[in-house]
Design a protein around this ligand. Sequence first.
Ligand code: ATP
Ligand code: MN
Ligand code: MN
Length: 289
Amino acid sequence: MAAAKPALPTLSSPDRVVYPDVGITKKQVFDYYAAVAERLLEDSGERLMSVVRCPDGIQGERFFQKHLGPAFGKAVHRVEIAENDGKLAEYAWLDDLAGVLSLAQMNVIEFHPWGSKVKTLEKPDRLIFDLDPDPGIGWPKIKAAARELRDELQALGLTSFPRLSGGKGVHLVVPIAKRYTWDQSRDFCDRFAHAMEARAPQRYVATMSKAKREGRVFIDWLRNGRGATAVSSFSLRARPGAPVAMPVTWDEFASVRAPDRFKLKDAVKRVDAPIWDLSIAKDQKLPKL
Ligand code: ATP
Ligand code: MN
Ligand code: MN
């Protein structure tokens, strides 16, 4: 007999306005997550999850929350792990629609998973290169940068996939074999980002400092440490217009107009679209750099 499915949470305050600029309500956010939950879970299921909550809508106070207690309901699974400083703390992970909707009911807007699965917590299974452009850089240059990174990674034997952040930049996602430690994968990303900077210092910077970013793209490799997160595919962003972090193919990427191009309504239409063919990037090994 199949296990009983957990009951779906009841929505409260359905008419509360979450995105005042476009008049999107809590019910519309909840319905959005019901529609895309499967795609979101494909990317973020069984991963420790931090969230951005906006109880008073995106113009109110927001909370980036890593620790979700019992108030979030039974469908939000919890696990106690040691944080990097050794202290124990409770984290949450999801594996079904009820979990996703329990968070939507609790005013979660953004989903931010770890780079590993909960059962293999100490072995990351993907790298993220988060391209953070200086505000002065136009979209065509950001796109060119993303493609250049793609080509450099491919030359190292690593296939990557692009995700529009729904904000100002692009993330390159690189699936890897679950055989490296956090330090090893983060170290690879650190070296790769610095190598790009060394090759084209007029275009790239690998250190966080805002001062050095002028006219350049910061290759944010710091998303790859233990405990670091990056926004999930199909997560809404708590930004005007209700944009969504959207995975695209490299072909689609060529004609995309902006990193926040896909809004809530566009994203729903893509729920059945074929997106990343992860089968072409199985068990990728990190080369020595
Ligand atoms: P953009 O394309 O506009 O840069 P982004 O999602 O990449 O959008 P960043 O600021 O570059 O935004 O990346 C921040 C990432 O760091 C988030 O995606 C999130 O997963 C993580 N993060 C860690 N701590 C926080 C925090 N306190 N608030 C927001 N994000 C945080
Ligand atoms: Mn970014
Ligand atoms: Mn960043």
